[in-house]
Design a protein around this ligand. Structure first.
Ligand SMILES: NC(=O)c1ccc[n+]([C@@H]2O[C@H](COP(=O)([O-])OP(=O)(O)OC[C@H]3O[C@@H](n4cnc5c(N)ncnc54)[C@H](OP(=O)(O)O)[C@@H]3O)[C@@H](O)[C@H]2O)c1
Length: 199
């Protein structure tokens, strides 16, 4: 399969590329790294990049920023980071992919454990992750061409403990290799409209 991974240079994305690379042609996409660059918050840049890449069989998005702040400090600008980048960014990528995916292709997005568990400073992330999961369940019912869509909801990765571990006291981290297998299950399997939790 020809598989486009947006966020390929990141912590999750590099684990996904590693898991897929042996068996598939992987097109690595990022904002500043990779074979092709785009900004998921900018729909025109996604169409330009997908036009360069040509038709593909699967899209994975492991990108999207969100602000971690106390609720009292989450002003409109801080909220817009998660809403424009992680939520609308992943929706923008899914919308554009429909035009470029081959029949029976798949889309796999990324939410996170904060859709169901809550931490200090995590209200924006929880809101955005929950919305991505609801988007996937709903849109799965009306995608054309036999296209499937799922979302992977990982716990904190072991590889990210040094950066984010302080936000997640008592949360057990998971290995990136295990998280990557959820993306493989989404791409190579038959399920659609599902949330694959990796905890
Ligand atoms: N790491 C975790 O423990 C964890 C757990 C649960 C959920 N998540 C979620 O998973 C996603 C990825 O996390 P991560 O830790 O792998 O992040 P990361 O290491 O910071 O990597 C993110 C990647 O996304 C790309 N990117 C960022 N903004 C972009 C944009 N606007 N357009 C296109 N590409 C963009 C970056 O590309 P360039 O390098 O090319 O600039 C980067 O390679 C995030 O939404 C995060 O909330 C992470």
């Amino acid at each position: 399969m020809k598989i486009v991974v947006i966020g390929a240079n990141g912590t999750i994305g590099s684990a996904v590329v590693q898991a897929l690379g042996q068996d598939h042609e992987v097109v690595k996409v990022g904002k500043t790294h990779g074979d092709v660059q785009l900004d998921i918050a900018d729909p025109d840049s996604i169409h330009t990049a997908f036009g360069q890449i040509g038709p593909f069989d699967a899209l994975v998005v492991t990108a999207g920023e969100v602000a971690f702040k106390p609720f009292s400090d989450l002003d409109a600008e801080a909220w817009s980071v998660g809403l424009n980048s992680k939520l609308m960014g992943q929706i923008n990528a899914a919308r554009a992919a429909v035009d470029y995916l081959n029949p029976n292709g798949s889309i796999t997005l990324t939410s996170g454990i904060l859709s169901e568990e809550f931490i200090a400073w995590g209200t924006s992330a929880s809101t955005v992750n929950g919305a991505i999961e609801h988007f996937v369940r709903a849109v799965a019912t009306e995608l054309p061409k036999g296209i499937r869509i799922n979302v992977v909801s990982p716990a904190l990765l072991e590889e990210s403990v040094n950066v984010f571990g302080g936000f997640f006291p008592g949360f057990e981290p998971v290995a990136g290799t295990r998280v990557a297998q959820a993306y493989v299950k989404s791409i190579a399997g038959v399920m659609s409209g599902r949330v694959f939790k990796v905890t």
